[in-house]
Design a protein around this ligand. Structure first.
Ligand code: SIN
Ligand code: MN
Length: 217
């Protein structure tokens, strides 16, 4: 990803530290990345985490790649080096995914986790939350959207403040850095079935995939 391409694609969001590159990945790159994620998920299958304390299941399924994976269960949220159901270490982060981090966060230390969220039904969503299970918030969060479009909501660093909505389409990449690193954010809705992309490439049932790279320690 050349500096020129990055410059050409980035659009202003008006929100400090929240950066957005619509369709930074073209369709060929999206397909190649999905194929890598699908084969990675053969080693680390998608599973449905549950909420801390209540044990309520998430509406999405998850897996991870990289040195550490983000997990949630009755005990809480945490990072761990192995899959909670198989006990096997997470597979390596695909090089193409890692290259997106290198292009957009060249000054940051390497990402240790790539959380893979699969929104597989009409009802799949993610409530407003902060990404704050990491020991250090100086590195940004880099997030890639693939498949069906979704309405992303981002607010400030308190749960109550004003929020903004942004549609995320397949191939869009965003960065939460600076002031926005600890911004509350979530997915209100996925336009389930709007693209056939996932179903074509190893994700029966289709939907939306989100890849979130993070530095943990
Ligand atoms: C997340 O915040 O972990 C996911 C956001 C998204 O699906 O775009
Ligand atoms: Mn998040």
């Amino acid at each position: 990803m050349t500096a020129k391409l990055l410059e050409k694609r980035e659009i202003p969001t008006g929100i400090d530290g929240f950066r957005l590159w619509p369709e930074l990945l073209d369709v060929a790159a999206q397909r190649a990345m999905l194929a890598e994620i699908a084969s990675m998920a053969e080693k680390a299958p998608f599973y449905r985490p549950v909420m801390p304390r209540t044990g309520r299941p998430f509406s999405i399924t998850m897996t991870n790649c990289g040195d550490l994976g983000w997990v949630s269960d009755k005990e809480g949220y945490r990072y761990q080096p192995a899959h909670p159901e198989t006990g096997t270490p997470w597979p390596a982060m695909p090089a193409a995914v890692r290259r997106v981090w290198d292009a957009l966060a060249p000054e940051a230390p390497s990402p240790q986790c790539c959380l893979v969220n699969w929104y597989l039904t009409e009802k799949a969503r993610m409530g407003l939350h902060q990404d704050r299970d990491e020991a250090d918030f100086t590195a940004p969060v880099v997030s890639i959207s693939l498949g069906d479009p979704a309405r992303f909501r981002i607010g400030g660093t308190t749960r109550k403040g004003k929020t903004h909505s942004v549609m995320l389409n397949s191939g869009d990449v965003m960065v939460l850095s600076g002031e926005s690193r600890l911004a509350f954010h979530g997915i209100d809705h996925v336009r389930f079935g709007a693209t056939g992309l996932l179903a074509e490439i190893g994700f029966p049932g289709g939907g939306r995939i989100n890849l979130t790279m993070r530095r943990v320690s």
